[in-house]
Design a protein around this ligand. Structure first.
Ligand code: FPP
Length: 263
């Protein structure tokens, strides 16, 4: 049995679809960073005649298995888009539910993070969140900071455009005299020090980026699934990773076969 399959023993059914997908994955070609736009909570609830917050509640349950599957796979970084800077436009009750679901998740899942060696980081304009959410985030960041496994990044009060604005302002404040370079930007966005996402997954079928990681996704592979976030399970993550591994990435260059044709 391969190392990869061994890591999933007892976690998934040995004869199921997940096992089949896992045995097709190449452990040497895993994405170094997966970013997920968790969309479709509202539609999931509305299709069941439930209030929208029921969709968020179910969505927060779906987070757990996806985090653990990514960690077991050996993906170095997983970033989840949990609350955008634009989400403040939603009714106060929905915003309140999202914030308390996040706090519940952090309290409830700290031990899963520790058991799986996962370190936690929040990105976005965190200083604009309530003091209690900020404290919870800081506590989990500190408690998991020594972990050397996967990094779980949660984007909160996040906007890709504001992130670029914040990065430029930080560079200006550092009294830099030379022209700003790409490297300066990469070193000053919230994800400084992390690899850019190789794979970006969006659930619920929408073909949009929604202001997520605009700087970092220049060469990301985008995978959109019709599955609504509350229904997203490890099998769907494995399907996305296998699809990613079958793509050819050229970064603006040529395919090896085409290079031969230019001689
Ligand atoms: C988009 O669905 C989803 C969100 C705005 C919030 C995502 C939050 C969670 C999954 C729960 C908490 C997060 C963590 C990390 C525990 P939508 O409401 O826009 O869906 P719709 O497009 O169908 O209306």
């Amino acid at each position: 049995m391969s190392d990869l399959l061994e890591r999933f023993e007892g976690f998934i059914e040995p004869s199921g679809r997940e096992w089949q997908l896992l045995s097709q994955l190449d452990p040497a070609k895993l994405p170094r960073h997966i970013a997920v736009i968790m969309d479709g909570n509202g539609r999931w609830a509305e299709s069941r005649c439930l209030p929208r917050v029921a969709g968020h509640r179910e969505g927060s349950k779906a987070v757990r298995a996806v985090v653990e599957t990514s960690a077991r796979l050996g993906v170095p970084v997983l970033t989840l888009y949990a609350f955008s800077a634009e989400n403040w436009k939603r009714p106060a009750s929905e915003v309140g539910t999202l914030m308390s679901l996040l706090e519940d998740y952090l309290r409830r899942e700290l031990h899963t993070l520790q058991e799986n060696g996962i370190s936690f980081q929040a990105i976005g304009r965190i200083h604009e969140l309530s003091p209690s959410v900020q404290k919870e985030l800081r506590d989990v960041e500190t408690a998991t900071s020594h972990n050397r496994g996967m990094k779980l990044v949660v984007a909160l009060n996040y906007s890709g455009r504001l992130e670029i604005v914040d990065a430029v302002n930080r560079i200006i404040a550092s009294d830099r005299k030379e022209p700003i370079t790409e490297r300066d930007l990469s070193e000053n966005v919230y994800t400084a020090g992390l690899p850019d996402p190789d794979l970006m997954i969006r659930t619920s079928g929408e073909m949009r980026i929604s202001n997520f990681l605009l700087w970092q996704i220049a060469y990301s592979e985008i995978y959109v699934t019709d599955v609504l976030w509350p229904d997203f399970r490890p099998v769907h993550l494995l399907e996305a990773v296998l699809n990613f591994q079958r793509r050819e990435r050229r970064y603006g260059g040529l395919r090896p076969a085409s290079v031969a044709n230019t001689r």
